[in-house]
Design a protein around this ligand. Structure first.
Ligand SMILES: *Cc1c(COP(=O)(O)O)cnc(C)c1O
Length: 358
């Protein structure tokens, strides 16, 4: 794969943020981005790293009308020694192609995905922040660009990767969240697109989240669409509960996103000898465990925060406080371990870390 490189002229380069404590999330983007086009007759072509710019697409581009659009979320981490690492990037490439297949979009070859990613990050390496817990967020995406109305798979696509520095998620320490269990709205149903990072899923999740936030909660805890009994995910993260000494998370049955952090949590916990179950977990079971004093910890998992402790759950008019609203010991241990692996501070027994620059 030949990637054409067009450098941004020095006058057009942005000033890098001076205060890494104020980076926030998803507001600052780097000087360059990767683009590659697809045409049904030509396949993928015109791979380029070019100056960051607005896209030009037709008002009838199919992604705008029918949401044939997918994405990924990953990060580049800078170690204390200055080296830059990725965390399990091939898993993102595989998941991207799973999403693509489900939405009738063309696959991006793993080698091409990895080459685009590493070339872009190396070019933008001065943008990878140095502050503790900060990183360069990476957003690969694919959109349907054929200018045509009528619901059918597009014949043209654009694959692009944008990057931007993001702040430390816990710059002020862990703050356990308050979660609202939604019984009226669902995120995904069997046979739907819940296991894909498909853009439309997130638009569909906004309304329930708005209700939860309006009531003073941070996130929605989604239940299964059929019985509205079993926990599925929290916001845009996977969910874990510690009941007694068992770590429990819902199984990958097609309605939840197969999180890479989720998988890392499961593998680490098993490695430490903790009993882990991927099984359906109902609100009834959770509340019953709570009544017996066995609901020990709950947390969400995802690339943005690694793990995010849950301090309170609101369900059917009642608040259930977990671990006195404080971060549980396993939650904290998992957070520290994964963080240290990502930043090259700890041995990586699973081979998850990929160094892309010294
Ligand atoms: C991205 C995402 C996750 C977390 O996946 P990671 O690979 O751990 O970042 C979980 N649930 C949803 C709905 C997501 O979009």
């Amino acid at each position: 794969m030949k990637i054409k490189i067009v450098q941004a002229v020095p006058e057009k380069r942005k000033v890098k943020p001076a205060d890494e404590l104020k980076l926030g999330f998803g507001k600052i983007f780097t000087d360059h981005f990767f683009t590659m086009k697809y045409h049904a007759d030509r396949g993928w072509h015109d791979a380029m790293i070019e100056p960051y710019r607005p896209l030009a697409i037709a008002p009838t581009a199919m992604c705008l009308h029918y949401a044939q659009e997918i994405f990924e979320g990953m990060k580049a981490y800078r170690g204390k020694n200055g080296a830059i690492y990725l965390f399990r990037p091939r898993e993102n490439s595989r998941r991207f192609n799973m999403s693509a297949e489900r939405l009738c979009m063309p696959a991006v070859d793993e080698t091409v995905f990895m080459e685009a990613l590493t070339k872009l990050i190396i070019m933008e390496k001065d943008w990878v922040p140095r502050g503790e817990g900060t990183s360069l967020y990476i957003r690969p995406a694919m959109i349907a660009t054929e200018a045509a109305l009528g619901v059918h798979p597009s014949g043209e696509y654009l694959f692009f990767i944008v990057t931007g520095p993001v702040g430390a998620y816990y710059s002020e320490g862990f703050s356990p969240t308050k979660i609202f269990v939604s019984e009226d709205y669902v995120r995904s149903a069997r046979g739907g697109t819940g296991a894909c990072k498909a853009a439309g899923n997130y638009a569909a999740s906004l309304y329930a989240t708005k209700i939860a936030v309006g009531m003073g909660y941070t996130q929605v805890l989604w239940l299964d669409a059929v019985e509205r009994k079993y926990v599925e995910e929290v916001g845009t993260s996977n969910i874990f509960f510690v009941l007694g000494n068992e770590l429990i998370t819902p199984p990958l049955s097609g309605t939840i996103l197969p999180g890479i952090t989720r998988d890392s949590v499961i593998r680490l916990a098993k490695h430490w000898g903790i009993p882990v179950s991927e099984r359906p977990l109902s609100m009834d079971e959770i509340l019953e465990a709570d009544a017996r004093g066995m609901l020990k910890e709950a947390f969400a998992s995802g690339t943005a925060a690694i793990v995010s402790p849950i301090g309170q759950i609101y369900y059917r008019g009642r608040e259930h406080v977990i671990n006195d609203g404080r971060t549980g010991p396993l939650t904290e241990k998992l957070y520290k371990e994964i963080l240290q692996i990502q930043y090259g501070e700890k041995e990586d027994p699973f081979g998850w870390r990929v160094k892309i620059s010294d």
